[in-house]
Design a protein. Sequence first.
Length: 337
Amino acid sequence: MNEQAQARPSAPRVSVIVLTSGDPKQARRTVESVRGQTIAAELELVIVRVNPTETLPKMYGTGLQGLQVVTDDGRPFGELRAAAVRAASAPIVAFLEDHCLAEPRWAETLVGAIEDGWAGVGCEMHNANHGIGISEAVGLMNYGVFLAPAERQSAGMIPGHNGAYKRSILISYGQDLGHLLRSDVVLNGRLVADGHRLLLEPAAKVAHANETHMASILRGYYLNTRSMSATRSDEFKWSLAKRWGRILLWPLVPFRRIASLYAAALRSRPDLVGPIVRWTPVMFVAWLATGIGQAMALAFGIGDADRQFLLYEVAQDRPVNFPGWSPLPVDPDDASA
């Protein structure tokens, strides 16, 4: 055994969960950013493959503490994410979408924050395809004041799908974990209600490739909101009156969302006011789909929205145009394993 192998810890410090399609090339940039972390040798990569068609390249596990693969068996989004958490062996689990890039100190920063006692840590979000289609509008809708430059603060909610959590806390929810992981909005709400603390940590940086076409974001927002609204109303035991109030008032959702975004920007991020003004018409139309998803969820339940959202997530073609953090070089002829 060489010195490098002897120096490696016996167990990983962070399990990085990447949910991706059956085509392993789709997650290649994301995996490269994981392999480029300052503590790469202390990371475990958990690849969650939806409808796998090809074998994984050998490079996926190179330079890391370990590699695990969770294969889709028809489960919906939340249950598949829960399966990945249970398969992980590190005390910290960090979700990273397959259309994201993590800055080299991302994992190191997450470890420090969670070891300081935070139950969950959210990242400062960057736009990985700025200037392409409606990407800037989607970034504003998805992340708002979480966009760079963000402020370090205790938060009631952290950016969805790319947060890190203390694994033991997630596991403590038992069979309810798959239900909670349908939506990070619901998960974060449950954690806060149970007395756990969440941190927005701008030193942990992630670049996210947003949807670039209106048709794509309309479908995504409808499915995501239908799943989230059905789950949240069940989890927090909404009354029949509250459900019907939300159903009847669904046309007001775009107005409420836009007003909230303006208020947050005027309060703490005046630099975002100009972009919000420019993209308000696009955001209004996109958030109509959110309102419809909310109404359908509360009137008819979740349906198959959780599974359909999973398939939507891994099927999107999201161009990347990010001049920032350079990934490790990739051999295009890399063999598969």
